[in-house]
Design a protein around this ligand. Structure first.
Ligand SMILES: [Zn+2]
Length: 268
């Protein structure tokens, strides 16, 4: 397997490995043993874009989606959740898109409120989510609702969650609107993109020795930092002439991944 990009090997696997479930490595440099498939339709969710075959997950991720979508289904106007990419059957790097989502612990949740949970396979390919942003992500637009706030709050308040990525304007909006407990805001991290969906990252399971957690978010609610980000969107600072040139994207090789990922690939 020397010299072959790991993403080509992982993308070629159509199903999970016949192993006990375990994430190995980090969110952007790892793989998933014993991945299970999020059922394409559940009582309160539908998995979208089935052709991508990225509805594979560590089992706890499936439980989490079950729980969060049950909460979402109690919100006015929401039948549950539309779930975007989780991971490939054996996790690992992908041919397109995400850098992370390699462990079966990252998931994208659409911002579009589901009004039906009987979408056909074809509809799940063609329907698009809806953007929540205005002014380049500095603000939310008129599609944003209190229900988005409540669902993100429930998502972040779950102790299984490490962090959630959403565009800066949404974080600031939630900072301004939250009048009660603010502890959950710490886990809401502003990031580029993430205005058609938010991204939930679960912590490494406590019994997963080979899983590498990310450092916890900085202390505090992070609202001042999000406001700074918004100000930089509205008034971009002049480019730094000494800024280093962005490095070309280096594709991961198998040797870059934990050694267990070779077994994950070779397993039945
Ligand atoms: Zn994501």
């Amino acid at each position: 397997m020397k010299g072959v990009e790991a993403r080509r090997l992982f993308a070629a696997k159509p199903n999970g490995s016949a192993q006990s479930p375990a994430p190995y490595g980090g969110y952007s440099k790892g793989c998933l043993a014993g991945g299970v498939q999020l059922p394409e339709t559940g009582p309160t969710w539908q998995a979208m874009r089935l052709s991508r075959n990225r509805n594979w997950a560590y089992p706890e991720t499936v439980s989490y989606i079950r729980d969060l979508s049950t909460f979402a289904a109690r919100q006015p106007g929401w039948k549950g959740l539309y779930v975007g990419d989780i991971s490939q059957p054996r996790g690992g790097p992908m041919m397109t898109g995400h850098r992370s989502h390699q462990l079966g612990l990252d998931m994208d949740i659409w911002m579009l409120p589901p009004d039906r949970l009987d979408l056909s396979v074809a509809e799940r390919e063609s329907i698009s989510s809806v953007s929540m942003r205005r002014a380049g992500g500095a603000f939310v637009n008129d599609k944003w609702t209190r229900q988005h706030h409540e669902i993100l709050k429930a998502a972040a308040s779950d102790p299984r969650v490490a962090r959630i990525f959403v565009f800066p304007g949404a974080k600031v909006q939630m900072c301004n609107d939250e009048k009660g407990d603010r502890a959950w805001l710490r886990k809401i991290r502003p990031w580029w993109g993430h205005h058609y969906h938010f991204h939930v990252r679960l912590k490494c399971p406590s019994d997963a020795a080979g899983c590498v957690d990310q450092a916890a978010p900085p202390a505090g609610d992070g609202c001042a930092e999000a406001e700074d980000w918004v100000q930089n969107i509205l008034n971009p600072p002049p480019p730094d002439p000494d800024a280093p040139k962005p490095k070309p994207r280096q594709e991961l090789q198998m040797a870059d991944l934990p050694r267990q990922c070779v077994n994950v690939l070779q397993s039945q």
